[in-house]
Design a binder for this molecule. Sequence first.
Ligand SMILES: [Zn+2]
Length: 161
Amino acid sequence: MTGMSKRSPGARPKARSARPAPARPAGPAAPPAQLDPAARCPCCSGLAYGACCGPLHAGDARAGRAEQLMRSRFSAFALGDAGYLLRSWHSSTRPARLTLDPATRWTRLEILGTADGGPFHAEGTVEFRAYYRERGGAEESMRENSAFAREDGAWVYVSAL
Ligand SMILES: [Zn+2]
């Protein structure tokens, strides 16, 4: 997920509020939201966060499949964990920094298909639809086919296809 940019060609420009930003500590973005390990995982696997994407976010486990990494990245978007998104991005395509829009709330994920990306593959693709709301508006979605590869043995996101 390219930072799951919704600014595809033809997309309407996003309204930007002119009011000054609320007083917040300068420097790095806000820390990611903490989620109860017993809560349902944001990636919609049906598993508890602590048995799904949580250990990946915490660095206690590695994704065995590209789809698992993709799910963990969606959950990181949902939780505002920019650090994990950068860590799980291929070094050749990783942005220098990533700012997540706090007005975008990622609501659910649908995996549409996968190719390769298994324990014995070095590359793979995952096609998905990610749902979100902007500033409490109606649910919208974006569809992407993402490329993943292994870097130093770990699955990482490469780019949208
Ligand atoms: Zn998950």
